[in-house]
Ligand binder design. Structure first.
Ligand code: MLC
Length: 489
């Protein structure tokens, strides 16, 4: 089953229903979304991009970008979206790794693969006619055919592409619509980026399964959100959205009177943020837990107690266990690694069979690398990570990638990159550096500017004489995190 066929059937039944309501731009109905998808599907055909070919996409969030995603699904091409913040060298890595048949970008990009844009200018995919032509059928896809590759940075510094199938996407969309009681009169207020699973699959698919309207913001702007709450019923966001909203005096229970549900994910929602939101609005944010490799695994209940600081229960059809290093379940309440199995779990890492084998157990469970506990009722709490990872404003940053680049600076002897508390982003990136000459924020920032996405760059650089090490010689990042806990506050 091609997931696009499912969406398209819903879209055609709701052709006059608003699909993407875009402040400052023309709204698109579901009928229009079908037409534009068709236009882009034809443009892909004309360029001989077809089933199984990768389409690497680095574009701003627009309705056309959504249509391109749908056109890739429809033609069986594999959609590979990447963060618009990535610099040219970062994009080049993805080109080399996924070998796209087509790269779609917003502006000129010199490379050896075909390049197109969505801007209506030269090389645009939007030039193909679409209207008045009968729609082609979605290319038939087997359950385990790839729909998308989502890159996550790797612990070794190399990004890994998580291969997601049509069946992964479809099963998770159905599960989430049921778990969150998606209604025909729901209107999703969407301010997340659409190059990650949260904004692209979790959020859009709930609306697309039901062909319900999406208020489509190009980015997060608290005032714009507050303006659009009266015509919306559901918001999905990262914790930063909710802490920023609570900082707005105009955000209160009256502003939320039309709302049904606020959902949070991608980063831990603190009990304090949960409490402040409830106090201000009367709403208890529904926190859920997932990742690129598995889509969504657990959720607090729609009906029933949403407990702050927990991520709720395994979603129907998803097996979650808390295991020791050998993969055996630990006793109730004890800390272990969260492992997941189910139709939502990805097929493996793109062209990395050894890495894939390392992260799956023989019985099919995927080892997430997150540490958690499960109580007697099955409620799960995440208590930490066994991988060196910083989550900043919902974006994952792998210290190794940042350290490798900082260590290229001639004056730098070694560096340790850590995450410390940050009022807005939850965690902020800090670099602790041992150097032979003068090394400061400016020098590091100048070196990283064209090499590393801005959100991965250190918010502060601290110069030290030595890094703390344990008896094995390993840098003690926990010591650094404690020492510099207040540096960004
Ligand atoms: C922006 N900046 C960040 C940052 N976002 N720095 C660290 N972490 C971030 N997340 C930088 C900018 O480059 C800028 O740098 C400065 O911070 C201020 O920018 P801003 O204008 O305030 O940022 P804004 O555009 O408002 O973005 C903040 C944000 C955004 C929280 C809205 O980061 C965001 O949309 N995050 C969502 C990420 C997401 O979708 N994650 C889902 C992953 S999927 P300077 O210095 O130039 O001023 C996943 C699975 C799952 O994890 O379960 O969901």
């Amino acid at each position: 089953m091609n997931i696009h066929a499912r969406f398209e059937a819903a879209f055609l039944r709701a052709a006059d229903t608003p699909a993407l309501l875009c402040p400052g731009r023309e709204d698109w109905s579901y009928g229009r979304l079908v037409e534009e998808t068709e236009r882009l599907a034809r443009a892909l055909d004309e360029r001989q991009v077809g089933a199984g070919d990768r389409v690497l996409v680095q574009v701003e969030k627009t309705p056309e970008a959504v249509a391109l995603y749908l056109a890739c699904l429809k033609t069986g091409a594999v959609y590979v979206p990447i963060n618009t913040a990535y610099t040219k060298p970062e994009v080049e890595y993805f080109i080399d790794d996924c070998e796209p048949a087509l790269l779609v970008v917003d502006s000129d990009f010199e490379t050896h693969v075909s390049v197109a844009t969505l801007d209506g200018g030269r090389g645009t995919l939007l030039a193909s006619p679409s209207r008045d032509l009968p729609a082609a059928k979605s290319v038939s896809r087997a359950d385990d055919d790839l729909a998308a590759i989502i890159y996550s940075s790797g612990t070794t510094g190399r990004s890994k592409g998580a291969m997601l199938t049509h069946a992964n996407l479809l099963s998770n969309a159905e599960t989430l619509c049921a778990a969150w009681g998606w209604r025909d009169d729901d209107v999703l207020l969407h301010a997340l980026p659409i190059f990650h699973v949260h904004g692209l699959f979790v959020a859009l698919h709930c609306a697309f399964q039901n062909a319900t309207p999406v208020v489509f913001h190009a980015g997060f702007d608290a005032e714009a959100i507050i303006r659009d709450l009266p015509r919306s019923t559901v918001v999905m966001g990262v914790p930063t959205f909710y802490t920023r909203l609570v900082n707005e005096p105009a955000f209160d229970a009256a502003a939320c009177a039309h709302m049904r549900l606020f959902i949070s994910g991608s980063a831990p929602l603190t009990e304090q943020a949960f409490g402040a939101f409830e106090e201000r609005t009367g709403f208890r944010i529904l926190e859920r837990y997932g990742m690129s490799e598995t889509l969504m695994n657990t959720s607090n209940p729609l009906d029933g107690e949403r407990v702050a600081g927990t991520v709720g229960f395994a979603l129907p059809g998803v097996d979650v266990r808390i295991a020791d290093e050998a993969g055996s379940p630990v006793p109730t309440g004890e800390v272990g690694t969260i492992e997941v199995r189910g139709p939502n779990v990805f097929k493996g890492y793109w062209r990395m069979p050894e890495r894939t084998a390392e992260e799956f157990r023989g019985d099919g469970f995927f080892v997430t690398g997150d540490l958690g506990t499960m109580d007697a009722e099955g409620r799960i709490t995440i208590v930490g990570r066994d991988k060196d990872l910083v989550i900043s404003g919902g974006y994952n940053v792998y210290p190794k990638e940042v350290e490798t680049l900082i260590d290229e600076i001639p004056e730098v002897v070694e560096s340790a990159v850590i995450g410390v508390p940050h009022a807005d982003f939850g965690e902020g990136v800090v670099a602790v550096v041992v150097a032979r000459g003068r090394v400061d924020d400016e020098l590091v920032s100048a070196h990283l500017k064209d090499r590393l996405a801005r959100y991965k760059q250190p918010k502060r650089v601290i110069r030290v004489d030595d890094l703390p090490r344990n008896a094995m010689g390993k840098v003690q990042k926990n010591v650094l995190r404690q020492k510099y806990a207040d540096i960004l506050s």
